[in-house]
Design a protein around this ligand. Structure first.
Ligand SMILES: Cc1cc2nc3c(=O)[nH]c(=O)nc-3n(C[C@H](O)[C@H](O)[C@H](O)COP(=O)(O)OP(=O)(O)OC[C@H]3O[C@@H](n4cnc5c(N)ncnc54)[C@H](O)[C@@H]3O)c2cc1C
Length: 395
């Protein structure tokens, strides 16, 4: 047996013995927050995977990982998918700030923060956007002023997803307002549980509040928690965005989610509404749209696998923009297609009018997935990056 075959056999045996039933199939994946209570199976799964280093399988062992190679990583994901094992941990700790600290952090920062991310001992919010700074991120105004060993932070971050459940936030702040707008920014780690930080959920029309506004009024961050050097935040912060976009694209191999592909039952769902079996959808327009979508999904999966195979770090650079965008457009097309097939059944916001829960969920997913071409940088911003950085077109 080759080493790779041995690795697969051992992985399969270990997963089968250690992944509890409550951690298989659809269900919640912890974001590492101390304020969310986990079901016992989910907790057990997280603890076991942390011990094995498989919450962050490619990270070095000394920081909580298992130092898996890309090939071993892909085998682990295949084997987890085979038994429908859920990722043990997700979120901005393992996927965004953790790999950024691995690339840009000092040894002290790595030793201090990475085991916290890998162990799911704290959930992270992302403090980039501000009321006046979205696509034009360099317009950000939140200020951090050095006082002794600390920075004192004042300003307002918006759209901070999940901040009400989070323990920490990584934020882009202006440390040298006198410098050019790109040169005076730093990436800083800030404890959310302190006086001077106010987190307010933003209620949406749907009734949900996935976002918050996070206000800093003389909040404190340690000067030792600036990642990648003072005033170097534009460079470090852009790399973090590549980790974010790669996560959206399914090609970030920091946590144990990269390279997973959802098993699509779209043709069956479409066929349910327009009649006939999946292989014989009667309406020719819907049939050809379904076939085109299946082909694009297959191409997307192959692209994801190729991107992972070619990685020399935990996520690609500008390629992340291209794969994030095609992934988002493909998922949105699936929703649009299903809505077209559902017809009148797609007009319900709740079950009161006789719609099923699955129909209401499909409508909400269709609306939510509109955000896939906004979050992590809009479609137009990704197209600009692809034009300039991937294709080398002039400004
Ligand atoms: C689900 C979701 C979760 C999010 N979570 C977070 C989070 O946790 N933390 C955080 O910091 N932010 C978060 N955001 C915010 C997100 O990063 C911003 O919404 C995004 O960067 C766009 O900024 P904006 O909303 O200010 O839109 P704007 O920048 O005002 O853009 C408005 C429109 O103008 C277009 N546009 C802008 N500039 C250009 C240009 N140069 N060329 C062509 N078109 C342009 C845009 O593409 C867009 O269509 C989240 C957003 C969503 C939807």
């Amino acid at each position: 047996m080759s080493e790779i075959q041995e690795f697969r056999a051992e992985t399969r045996a270990w997963l089968s013995e250690n992944c509890p039933p409550g951690a298989r199939g659809p269900g919640p994946v912890p974001i590492g927050s101390k304020s969310i209570k986990l079901d016992s199976d989910v907790r057990l799964w997280l603890d076991r995977m942390v011990e094995r280093g498989w919450t962050v399988p490619t990270w070095p062992r000394e920081y909580g990982g298992a130092a898996l190679t890309n090939v071993e990583y892909s085998i682990l994901i295949d084997e987890m998918t085979r038994i429908s094992a859920r990722p043990p941990l997700t979120g901005r700790g393992v996927n965004y700030i953790g790999p950024t600290i691995l690339e840009y952090g000092t040894e002290d920062q790595k030793t201090r923060w990475l085991p916290i991310c890998a162990g799911g001992e704290g959930a992270w919010a992302m403090g980039y956007s501000e009321p006046g700074a979205g696509s034009d991120l360099a317009s950000l105004q939140t200020k951090a002023v050095r006082e002794g060993d600390n920075y004192v932070i004042n300003g307002r971050k918006t759209w901070t997803s999940d901040a009400m459940y989070c323990d920490f936030i990584f934020a882009l702040v202006r440390t040298s307002p006198e410098k050019s707008r790109y040169d005076g920014i730093s990436l800083m780690l800030i404890d959310l549980h302190q006086e001077g930080v106010d987190v307010t959920p933003i209620p949406l029309i749907s009734g949900a509040s996935p976002f918050c506004e996070t206000l800093f009024q003389n909040a404190i961050a340690s000067a030792g928690d600036v990642i990648g050097g003072v005033d170097n935040g534009w460079t470090v912060g852009k790399r973090l965005l590549q980790f974010e976009r790669s996560t959206h694209a399914g090609i970030n191999i920091s946590g144990s989610q990269g390279g997973r592909s959802e098993v699509s039952n779209l043709p069956e769902l479409v066929a349910k509404y327009v009649g006939m079996q999946a292989s014989k959808i009667a309406d020719p327009a819907i049939r050809s749209r379904t076939i085109a979508h299946e082909m694009n999904s297959h191409a997307q999966k192959i692209t994801q696998r190729r991107a992972i195979a070619e990685l020399s770090s935990r996520a690609p650079g500008f390629t992340s923009s291209a794969v994030k965008l095609t992934n988002a457009l493909n998922l949105q097309e699936a929703d649009e297609l299903l809505m077209q097939a559902m017809g009148n059944c797609a007009h319900h916001w709740n079950t009161e009018g006789g719609a099923t829960e699955a129909e209401v969920a499909a409508v909400k997913k269709w609306l939510y997935n509109k955000s896939l071409t906004i979050a992590g940088g809009t479609k137009e911003v990704q197209l600009n990056i692809i034009a300039k950085r991937v294709l080398g077109l002039p400004d």
